[in-house]
Ligand binder design. Structure first.
Ligand SMILES: Nc1ncnc2c1ncn2[C@@H]1O[C@H](COP(=O)(O)OP(=O)(O)OP(=O)(O)O)[C@@H](O)[C@H]1O
Length: 318
């Protein structure tokens, strides 16, 4: 087997925090052992404070581990941090890595210089990313004047300019509208297909995980509690789906076998019914509803990551 892109062995990190007059140790990450192969796309998920950012910081050499070891792209993240920067691209959804007062084009040129790209490679790669991320129309605009969607496209292009083998994205689609999310996801999929790029992303958006990731790692209180596919994760907790029905007339709360009534809106014109896909199907629930009342419209909502995570946590006695 070829060398993994990420490999950790019992990795851990503690923080000492002030608690009144005393100091207390917070175990942010503990006993984390995992292996991510080249070309994989992995969703790293967990509730707020589970330890995702701390893991990413250790993998990229920003934080020194308290215990254990990590290798990223075959390098030691802290000791080889400068070499590692050439292999990894990082995108933070909530923090800009671009120069606020410079234009997007100028930011790209500086990054190309930092990474030591030849003029030819810089031109080719910039052209490719500008076209595929549709950045051209605002290349000359100062970063601070961009909309969130434009800025995220510019951030992603900047992080990928040096063609990193590993791209780490921390909440890449947060705050984006549906269309911008979709375009960003399509781009990432195409980039992965074209260059066999490895993706590691943290997100609270199920859509990101569903569309982009073939593997999910779930952390709880710093520990890895699940490693597998999204379907496998949903199955472990019997994740629910929700059928939303718009009815022809106001209707009292529907009581349908194998469903849980989650709520009604507009005096019963819209109702939400949760069901477990292991026990019934959307079609069967819909059939039972249409026996009682005329259905005008419907939608099936997938469980979101938060919901799945909550269920895993409650199954673990939290
Ligand atoms: N610099 C720090 N000093 C003290 N405690 C910290 C520090 N960084 C993180 N922690 C603590 O470590 C734990 C894990 O935090 P971390 O930011 O890694 O979680 P996260 O999963 O990324 O959360 P979020 O989804 O909110 O970003 C939390 O309890 C957090 O308060």
């Amino acid at each position: 087997m070829s060398e993994p892109i990420i490999e950790t062995d019992a990795l851990g990190r503690d923080f000492s925090v002030r608690d009144g007059l005393r100091r207390r140790t917070v175990v942010a990450v503990d006993d984390l052992s995992l292996r991510v192969e080249a070309g994989e796309s992995v969703g790293y998920i967990g509730a707020n404070g589970a330890g995702k950012s701390t893991t990413i910081k250790m993998l990229t050499g920003i934080l020194v581990p308290t215990r254990g070891a990590a290798r990223t792209c075959g390098l030691r993240p802290v000791a080889d941090r400068r070499r590692l920067a050439r292999e990894v691209g990082v995108v933070f959804g909530q923090r800009s890595q671009l120069w606020w007062d410079l234009s997007v084009r100028e930011s790209f040129s500086i990054l190309a210089a930092i990474h030591g790209l030849s003029p030819e490679r810089e031109r080719r790669r910039t052209d490719e990313l500008v076209e595929r991320l549709e950045v051209g129309e605002f290349l000359g605009t100062a970063v601070r004047q961009l909309s969130l969607g434009q800025r995220m496209r510019a951030e992603v292009a900047a992080a990928l300019l040096h063609s990193p083998r590993l791209v780490i994205l921390d909440e890449p689609t947060i705050g984006l509208d549906v269309l911008s999310k979709q375009r960003l996801r399509e781009f990432l999929l195409a980039e992965r297909a074209a260059h066999d790029t490895t993706l590691l992303l943290t997100t609270h958006d199920m859509g990101d995980v569903e569309r982009l990731c073939d593997r999910v790692l779930l952390v709880d209180r710093g520990r890895l509690v699940f490693d597998g596919t999204l379907t496998g994760l949903s199955r472990t907790v019997g994740a629910q789906r929700v059928l939303v029905v718009d009815l022809a007339e106001p209707t009292p709360d529907l009581a349908i076998a194998d469903t849980e009534h989650l709520g009604s809106e507009a005096g019963g014109l819209r109702q939400r019914l949760a069901f477990d896909p292991e026990h019934t199907t959307a079609a069967r629930v819909l059939a039972a509803v249409t026996e009682r009342v005329e259905v005008r419209d419907l939608a099936v909502e997938e469980p979101d990551v938060e919901d799945v995570v909550r269920r895993v946590y409650s199954a673990r006695g939290r």
